[in-house]
Design a protein around this ligand. Structure first.
Ligand code: LLP
Length: 418
């Protein structure tokens, strides 16, 4: 459910005409609906009521400070994967006690930053990382709270690039050896073993892989508790899918119910790291048609957004709905929607049957709120797009479009070339 709807054949975000925003801020831009974000957060977070839990938004999916603040105001924390994300989260006002730190390659200086900040927990992913964290915490005279991210070896049945919980994936520590690693960590002076974590993949459209992983984790927690460890947190990662086209993922309420039932009476605080499900359908990318052209084979619509703005179609062949911002044509044709970048892989949609578009028309690339702007780059020296948030009948620029000066910030031509 989201607030991007047509009224009189004009696409609106909440109560604002998208074409009005485009006239003002120019294209391309990302557009987020405040009401949708808030609704998604509440639907997800409230679904876990009745059990101690923290919803730690996975900010790699969208690291806009405005969105982080919105979720923080609603009581959320964040899941981070780098020092840069920690910096952003703190600047946005996220409570450090609700920050969990995941990722296979944390650097010593990032660990130090997070320890000095007092984050809730490190989700560690290898024996060497555990050693390093113990060392860094010792140097700072602190105790690092840790979970071990275990790899439960369940198949999330999603795109291979975004499944993470299989033996063949680089993530976590094999669940069969996790127990020994927990024992080793629990004997370290500067670590406090406090949780168990996992994340099995992204864009999951079934509940069963989550339940299978949870069952395995429950068994592990039992063994750890029997060995005298005090496991307070169970972090189940993110991964709940959304509808891009015709997928039918479970509702947050169905997902939560299945997890709550499986957890039963375990006395733990549950941590969830949703990304896509909170923001994916709360954002769109708006672009303008530059040119249309046709060869014997195909119709091409060249727009002013490209793979540098939204990488998902090129990277994963992902489907994103395309809508005309003004529905003024009934003539349905098949077309490729492509960007200006000099690569054949630069497309936003292929062989899409939609009403014919003409020069100057605006399009909305749907479901672009997750892994959209956050994966964007300035490839081809294209300044990154503006980000706008609508609340009711007003819109706010939450990130300015980059300028040409931004593009060369920090660059230096060495003396010997002058
Ligand atoms: N927790 C961890 C440890 C993760 O690695 C991820 C995502 C999440 C939570 C959030 O997953 P979500 O709820 O958003 O599914 N760029 C890809 C997705 C990569 C996902 C990486 N990890 C895409 O555009 O589909």
């Amino acid at each position: 459910m989201h607030f991007f709807e047509y009224k009189n054949k004009e696409l609106y975000c909440e109560d604002v005409k998208i074409s009005d925003i485009a006239n003002d801020v120019k294209t391309p831009f990302y557009l987020y609906s405040h009401a949708t974000l808030e609704r998604h957060f509440r639907a997800f977070n409230d679904a876990f009521n009745g059990i101690d839990h923290i919803t730690c938004f996975s900010m790699k999916s969208n690291s806009s400070m405005a969105i982080l603040r919105l979720f923080a105001n609603a009581g959320g924390g964040v899941d981070i994967v780098s020092g840069g994300e920690l910096y952003r989260a703190l600047k946005a006002g996220v409570n450090p006690e609700k920050i969990v730190y995941s990722g296979v390659g944390k650097k010593a200086e990032e660990m130090e930053y997070a320890l000095n900040t007092g984050i809730l927990m490190f989700n560690t992913e290898s024996p060497q990382e555990i050693d390093r964290l113990n060392e860094v915490a010792g140097r700072l005279n602190k105790k690092a709270r840790i979970a071990i991210r275990v790899n439960p070896d369940v198949d999330p049945q999603t795109h291979p690039y975004i499944s993470t919980g299989l033996k063949e994936n680089k993530f976590g520590i094999d669940i069969n050896i996790a127990c020994d690693e927990y024992l080793r960590a629990s004997r370290m002076q500067n670590l406090e073993v406090t949780g168990v974590s996992c994340h099995i993949g992204s864009q999951l459209t079934k509940v069963s892989p989550f339940v299978d992983a949870l069952k395995k984790l429950k068994e592990l927690i039992r063994r750890l508790t029997d060995s005298g460890m005090d496991i307070k947190y169970l972090d189940l990662g993110g991964g709940l899918g959304i509808t891009y086209n015709d997928e039918k993922p479970p509702l947050p309420s169905e997902y939560a119910l299945a997890l709550k039932e499986t957890i039963g009476d375990m006395n733990l605080t549950l941590i969830l790291e949703p990304g896509r499900v909170l923001v994916g359908n709360a954002g769109i990318l708006v672009a303008k048609v530059l040119y249309t052209k046709t060869n014997q084979e195909k119709n091409f619509t060249v727009v002013d957004a490209a793979m540098n703005d939204l990488a998902r179609p090129s990277l994963y062949g992902s489907y994103h709905g395309i809508r005309a911002v003004k529905m003024d044509s009934e003539n349905i044709i098949s077309m490729d929607i492509v960007g200006p970048i000099c690569e054949s892989g630069d497309f936003l949609a292929k062989n899409r049957e939609i009403p014919a578009l003409k020069q100057g028309d605006l399009i909305a690339v749907m479901s672009a709120g997750a892994y959209g702007f956050s994966m964007s780059s300035s490839y081809n020296s294209r300044p990154r797009a503006a980000e706008i948030m609508v609340k009711g009948n007003t819109y706010y620029t939450v990130r300015e479009r980059e300028t040409y000066e931004d593009l060369i910030r920090g660059e230096k031509i060495p003396e010997f070339l002058k």
